[in-house]
Design a protein around this ligand. Sequence first.
Ligand code: ATP
Length: 434
Amino acid sequence: MPIDFDTIVALAKNRGFVFQSSEIYGGLRSAYDYGPLGTALLRNVKDQWWRSMVRMRDDIVGIDSAVIQSPQVWVASGHVASFTDPLVECRECHNRFRLDKLEDPTQCPSCGKRNSFTEPKHFNLMFETNMGPIEAEENKVYLRPETAQGIFINFENVRRTSRLKLPFGIAQIGKSFRNEITPGQFVFRTREFEQMEMEFFCRPEEADQWFEYWLGAREAWYGDLGMKPENLRLRAHDAEELSHYSAATSDVEYFFPWGWDELEGIANRTDFDLKAHTEMSGKDLRYFDAEANARFFPYVIEPAAGATRTTFAFLIDAFHEEEVRGEARTVLKLDARLAPIKAAVLPLSKKPELIEVSMRLADELRPHWDVEHDVTQSIGRRYRRQDEIGTPFAVTVDFDSLEDQAVTIRDRDTMEQDRVSTSKVVDYLRERLG
Ligand code: ATP
């Protein structure tokens, strides 16, 4: 069944994943706030990325660089000169569009007028602000449009202090800002977003091999976290599509409700960035190979993913509507590692003797997992809510629990129920959640 975009957006808003930003002031277009469940889901996505890219490897380390950097960084990287999109304006309705994203570049998608566009202007996507109290050209700074440059400018600092030898990587997760001409499709394209980027430095002659390695590793990451293989593909950029710094790029694409679109770009950035920063700063960023007694610029393979965009894709991919005994059921079949809440503890009724047991049990589970203790509404409705937010297990305390010191644990996907001794709930969940 094709997934309806509006239904997912409604679920995201109604269940507290994502809210329109500044809603009480009428909303700020294309800006979003993450609610309690969205924050947890986004954090779990970032944690899984960090785990696979940094924690599980001895050749990659992490950093956290500043959002505002020297403006020279963006001159050296090429962003000041060429981080632009071709902007056209409709002379009839004055709406503005990105020329390269228009389905028909001769017709305005807003008012339908033909041949009404102005000549394309190159619009720089970087947000500008002033550092310090004086608004002046020399105080102009930018909000970073990518996290990658923060890694390149720290290349030597990290190499020296971590004593890593080629090949090695530096990873970073953080916010980036782009003044997108046409943001949209909910959190898919926003002006403030989060990226997960890793720069993998290697010998130039090994770059092709590492490029292939990272294509495979990154596609596998999404699949391992439960994204359906039929919704994932790799697509190589053709020559005109390549960025100024890239020798080869492939995107990991996801089949969104509007078609295939980018989740992550994997690029062979060659030695472009380290060279450019060496020229601009006068600091030699070449790598010294002690064995060969030679200095050279490493090549860089960059897997650059969007944390917020990927979170949205996981949400879409997990969304299921099914019929159970004649009733519609909505369930988020999120991998347990991503689910915001791992287990819900539900007393069958609000009777104090049941609540006493269920609260005690929830307290026992909390040090291990994110747990929700929910006492409101009928048990059927509470199950439905937990299904909709993707909670893998619901633990129900009923009247028999007072006699047999056991509870019922319901599996989100199979809806099968097991009776488990209260003292064994941690073991039961640990076996299934890890
Ligand atoms: P696009 O072609 O969609 O504008 P891009 O190719 O410029 O994206 P990159 O510079 O490769 O994107 O950034 C790496 C990743 O950062 C993207 O694959 C995407 O997941 C994420 N990203 C980029 N721009 C945005 C945005 N405006 N909103 C949300 N995520 C973004």
